[in-house]
Design a binder for this molecule. Structure first.
Ligand code: PLP
Length: 396
């Protein structure tokens, strides 16, 4: 099996599992208890928080809150900020956010909020000028994802936060960092960003654990009320093993950052170049360099994405069309539509997303097998005339 769907989820690193196991068996004490038996889990949470602080590049571990996933981090940030600032009823976000952000704003629209959705160009780059023009005195929140899950495009969130704070200091800036965490350094203390959410299962921790970075002066209401855990901001007995796993995954991600930025990128670039060279109906949906190093989104013109995925699956390759949350529906991706990807490629677009566990051999295997798959699929496509024209135009 060749796993090239690491933006959907990742394998739990062995080192992560090993660190978690004691807290799933013998070390089961509630970390809030008074006896000595609770000291080890309580200390393990403290250590994990320090590691996650460093992963974010934050100043203080008090700025880190553990959550259950990226969706919870986004909801905690958005609902928490808006609940604390009820006079301001305007929100700016983008057309290419993940559904956990977009659908939260749709909900706020129903409550009477006004939301501006900023567009992207054909390469998936955000229209930052449009965003700046939409900023108002009553803008409560500006919300831009750090990296897009489908294209890997990195948005200039640091520049956006600078602009927002210098023109409207009270406006909060939330960044969904789920696809950036572990792929590029975050270094939030050097930025004016107020809140950043991440999700452990995107960087080799298990599913069911995430974190939210919150700058000290940001006021939030909790999403989950109850006990004192997470300093009253997220009640519920701490998920000690998963918090420990997140800490270890964060540490490993920092250790492997250089590898991610060089070796993973080299394999991604090789995969892209190999497919574009050998498959006449392949087009890069975005080829900009300012992308996370592991992600490639390739459109295969005049063929159906689901069929490509099934054929890839038959040869043991896992990839995806659209995000995991939208695949399963035949709706083309809202991200690719926002980019204006031509309909001829929209339905046949495939996302390959690598991790540090992928090898050169695996990439070579996909490059070698892609032409035969495309040969089969183009033969059964109803667009034979268009395909012939394309083949000639591309000189195949
Ligand atoms: N944000 C982005 C950009 C994502 O890609 C995802 C998951 O794919 C999420 C948020 C949601 O994360 P989770 O599945 O941990 O809730």
């Amino acid at each position: 099996m060749i796993y090239l769907d690491n933006n959907a989820t990742t394998a739990v690193a062995k080192e992560v599992l090993d660190e978690m196991l004691p807290y799933l068996s013998g070390e089961y004490a509630n970390p809030s208890s008074m006896y000595d038996f609770a000291k080890k889990p309580a200390a393990a949470i403290r250590e994990a928080r320090v590691k996650v602080r460093d992963f974010f590049g934050a100043k203080d571990e008090k700025e880190i809150f553990f959550t259950s996933c990226g969706s919870e981090s986004a909801n905690m940030a958005i609902k928490g900020v808006l609940n604390c600032n009820k006079e301001k009823r305007h929100i700016i976000t983008t057309k290419v956010e993940h559904p956990c952000v977009l659908n939260t704003y749709k909900w706020f629209e129903k409550q009477g909020y006004e939301v501006d959705y900023i567009g992207v160009n054909a390469q998936g780059e955000l229209d930052v000028e449009e965003l700046k023009n939409k900023l108002r005195k009553d803008t409560a929140l500006v919300s831009v994802m750090w990296a897009n899950n489908e294209t890997g495009v990195i948005h200039p969130v640091e520049e956006i936060a600078e602009y927002v704070k210098s023109h409207s200091p009270e406006t909060r800036v939330f960044v969904d960092g789920v696809q950036a965490g572990g792929k590029i350094p975050l270094n939030v203390k050097e930025t004016k960003i107020d809140l950043v959410g991440v999700s452990g299962h995107k960087f080799h921790a298990p599913k069911g654990i995430g974190a939210l970075y919150v700058k000290p002066d940001v006021r939030l209401t909790p999403l989950i009320n109850g006990g004192h855990q997470e300093r009253g901001m997220r009640a519920g007995t701490e998920n000690v093993p998963y918090i420990v796993g997140l800490g270890k995954a964060a540490e490993l991600a920092m250790e492997n950052m250089n590898h991610e930025l060089t070796e993973v990128k080299r394999l991604r670039d090789k995969l892209e170049a190999g497919i574009l060279k050998s498959v006449f109906n392949a087009r890069l949906n975005t080829g900009i360099t300012n992308r996370v190093p592991n992600t490639s989104n390739i459109g295969f013109e005049y063929v159906e994405g689901e069929l490509i995925l099934l054929h890839l699956s038959d040869i043991g390759v896992c990839a995806s069309s659209g995000s995991a949350c939208t695949s399963g529906s035949l709706e083309p991706s809202h991200v690719l539509r926002a980019m204006g990807i031509p309909f001829t490629a929209l339905h046949g677009s495939i996302r390959f997303s690598l991790s540090r566990y992928n090898t050169e051999k695996e990439v070579d295997y996909v490059i070698e097998n892609m032409p035969a798959i495309m040969d089969k699929l183009t033969k059964i496509s109803p667009f034979q005339t268009e395909l012939e024209e394309l083949r000639e135009r591309k000189g195949f």
